[in-house]
Design a protein around this ligand. Structure first.
Ligand code: NAP
Ligand code: FE
Length: 371
């Protein structure tokens, strides 16, 4: 099994890491645009810490705080134009996966005036994107260490750009910023990290390095889920937040090699059409995915459970326990409209065994059809 791996991001984590990294920021330039969502960058304290670090190095900055969840291409274009007008040398993304992914695409737009949506997704960029510094405030997506930006197209569909030029130059991960997340959202973002690790492990593109990351991520997540499910909100201190944050980074490193698989491919429609948060949208398909792999890849599954120290049943119960209820109803008409997506889907094809379009439609029907 090969060990091919590329991860050019400088990753610095730990309590107070933004304040200690002003020199790393200064190395990216003397002016930047900060891309955030509406409020979490401020509420978490990450924006204030970043402003202090930038001021220390006399780095000029402007703020773009209009990133929505599942960011649109138009938002990224607007942020990119603002960055160019401000003479930014680099972009700082602060937030969950949405602002971080928007920061990556804004960096492409900033360097490529007049670029169309088609060119953005095709990778036909005349100029390299501006460097990006990423500061996570959720513990789920791992976007801090991936070359991926997931955006919503002008057709309302979630679509990824995967390009090595999108790896952040710098990622600063202070788990304290995740403390403002309520328990249920903490668990649903952590379920995204669990999905990354499991989908990356059971993946045709997995290699020895990605699997090592995936196993470490699953172990950290499973241990922490058990603590939180037993002790509730009171058991969610800095150490548990740090474990979840680190696990999200392991998940990001794993999918930077493999990409995701069946649960992510199928889950996107729940966010597009029903506003289901990303972590929940993917995690609802995870128990089925784990059962499928136990059945069709018994040897690999046995090794996975041996390495992670949990059984298949235990993992499925944990995932079910931490995944918030997903109150969505899907009609037969919806299923017919969605069906063409399940043919020739690159992420589904990376999954082991056969996930036929009929199997996929039936899986959605069983989970969400209400008569
Ligand atoms: P998110 O969409 O970034 O944020 C969801 C909500 O959580 C927002 O309302 C946000 O508020 C709030 N929030 C963020 N941090 C918070 C904090 N510390 N305390 C309280 N509230 C907080 O959530 P996400 O799950 O991290 O990201 C999901 C996105 O990432 C999806 O678009 C998904 O497709 C993408 N994704 C990307 C990758 C990748 O490799 N690039 C991998 C997986 C998923 P504000 O709006 O105020 O910020
Ligand atoms: Fe994800």
């Amino acid at each position: 099994m090969n060990m091919n791996f590329k991860m050019p991001t400088t990753l610095i984590t730990g309590l107070g890491c933004v304040g200690r990294s002003s020199a790393n920021l200064a190395a990216l330039g003397s002016a930047c645009l900060i891309v955030t969502g509406a409020s979490s960058a401020k509420r978490s304290g990450a924006l204030a810490d970043m402003e202090t670090a930038l001021k220390k190095e006399n780095i000029r900055y402007e703020l773009y705080d209009k990133t929505e969840q599942n960011p649109t291409v138009l938002t990224c274009l607007e942020a990119g134009e603002k960055a160019r007008a401000a003479g930014a040398d680099f972009i700082v993304g602060i937030g969950g996966g949405s602002p971080l992914d928007a920061a990556k695409a804004a960096a492409v737009f900033a360097a490529n005036p007049g670029m169309s949506e088609r060119e953005l997704f095709s990778g036909e960029w005349k100029n390299s994107p501006l460097p990006v510094a990423a500061v996570g405030t959720t513990a789920g997506t791992g976007s801090e260490v991936t070359q991926v930006s997931v955006l919503t197209t002008s057709d309302g569909l979630k679509k990824s750009i995967r390009d090595d030029r999108l790896f952040p130059a710098l990622s600063l991960g202070d788990p304290a910023y995740t403390a403002t997340m309520p328990v249920s959202f903490t668990l649903s973002t952590a379920a995204d990290a669990m999905a990354h690790c499991v989908e990356s492990y059971f993946n045709r593109l997995a290699n020895d390095i990605s699997r090592t990351f995936a196993v470490r991520g699953v172990s950290l997540l499973a241990d922490t889920f058990k603590k939180i499910l037993k002790g509730g909100a009171d058991s969610l201190g800095f150490d548990e937040r740090e474990a979840l944050y680190n696990a999200s980074i392991y998940g990001g490193l794993a999918i930077s090699v493999t990409g995701t698989a069946f649960p992510h491919a199928v889950g996107y429609f729940l966010s597009e059409r029903h506003n289901v948060p990303h972590g929940t949208a993917c995690a609802v398909f995870l128990p089925l995915f784990i059962r499928h792999n136990i059945k069709c890849e018994p040897e690999q599954a046995k090794e996975f459970f041996l390495k992670t120290g949990i059984s298949g049943d235990e993992l499925i119960s944990l995932v079910e326990a931490v995944t918030p209820k997903c109150d969505v109803s899907v009609t037969e008409k919806d299923l017919r409209e969605l069906a063409p997506r399940w043919t020739d889907n690159a992420s589904i094809k990376k999954s082991f065994g056969v996930f036929s379009p009929e199997f996929t439609t039936d899986a959605i029907r069983q989970l969400f059809k209400k008569d």
